[in-house]
Ligand binder design. Structure first.
Ligand code: MG
Length: 288
């Protein structure tokens, strides 16, 4: 009897092992088949993000988050930068120096020249240098309108674009709340200035910018990101900041990524619909 039971148990164990093996083989077969079946199917498109976040020493914030802590407000000293002997003059306040500039279609710009300054004209579009630049040191003086109109991004908005790509925001940020990564001296959507050193509306201010361009490989992938050091009114506001991507507005909380471009591009000033003035613009080319 016990011998018969032993035989039955043995047969059952062999059957179970065989069953497991068959089951494993079956699963393995299924696994083998799946990639072939998947290869025939189009991959699902990844959903595009509508909100981007950035981790900072003050916490995690959305791009263009009004709740993000704004930088402290300080008062600048007097004085601006005169052009050194090795700099290229781009605008010296004269009508003649407007010959260095065009609109983005390379036609004469509709920006107007006043007493020692040029002023943006609503609808005229960006103005840009005929000459193109890569890594450089740039001096720009600007004044937002003395007549205060609008709020947030609608007050004294313009911008200085390096390489025709990357915007250092120009805005009336004197007692004008907006999202800190879009206030005056921000690398738009990318970096909040260290301090708010803005003068009053209508007063002349300056930017001194040290820009090193990004590098791209043959496939268009960025291999070295751009860096920015910026002084506003002689005060450091961007300290060798690595630009993590583009500065183009996509929607309320989304900003552009890097896209490949040439070694050089124009310096542009933005028409954002507000009459912002510029004067004393000069540039020195730098090694990469
Ligand atoms: Mg702007």
């Amino acid at each position: 009897m016990s011998r018969t039971l032993l035989v039955v148990v043995s047969i059952c164990m062999v059957a179970m092992i065989a069953g497991c093996a068959t089951d494993k083989a079956s699963k393995a077969e299924t696994t083998k088949v799946q990639p072939a079946a998947a290869a025939k199917t189009e991959p699902a498109a990844e959903p595009k993000p509508t909100v981007q976040y950035v981790d900072t020493p003050t916490g995690r914030w959305m791009v263009h988050d009004e709740s993000r802590p704004a930088p402290p407000i300080i008062t600048p000293g007097a004085g601006c930068g005169e052009r050194p002997s090795d700099a290229t003059m781009l605008f010296d306040g004269t009508q003649a120096s407007m010959a260095n500039w065009t609109d983005t279609k390379k036609e004469p710009s509709k920006w107007v020249v006043g007493d020692g300054y040029m002023e943006s004209v609503k609808g005229a579009g960006y103005i840009q240098t005929k000459q193109e630049f890569g890594s450089c040191q740039l001096h720009v003086e600007f004044a937002t309108p003395s007549k205060v109109q609008g709020t947030s991004q609608g007050r004294g908005n313009s911008g200085v674009f390096l390489h025709g790509q990357y915007e250092i925001q120009v805005l009336d940020s004197y007692d004008n709340k907006t999202y800190p990564d879009g206030q005056c001296a921000a690398l738009y959507g990318r970096a909040v200035p260290l301090v708010n050193v803005c003068r009053k509306p209508g007063e002349w201010q300056s930017y001194d910018i040290v820009y090193h361009r990004p590098l791209f490989d043959k496939d268009g992938k960025v291999t070295r990101k751009a860096t920015f050091t910026v002084f506003q009114n002689g005060v450091l506001v961007q300290d060798h900041v690595v630009l993590e991507g583009g500065t183009g507005w996509i929607n309320a909380h989304t900003i552009t990524d890097y896209k490949p471009h040439g070694d050089k591009g124009p310096i542009q000033l933005q028409d954002h619909g507000n009459p912002v003035r510029y004067r004393n613009i000069w540039v020195r080319e730098l090694k990469d």
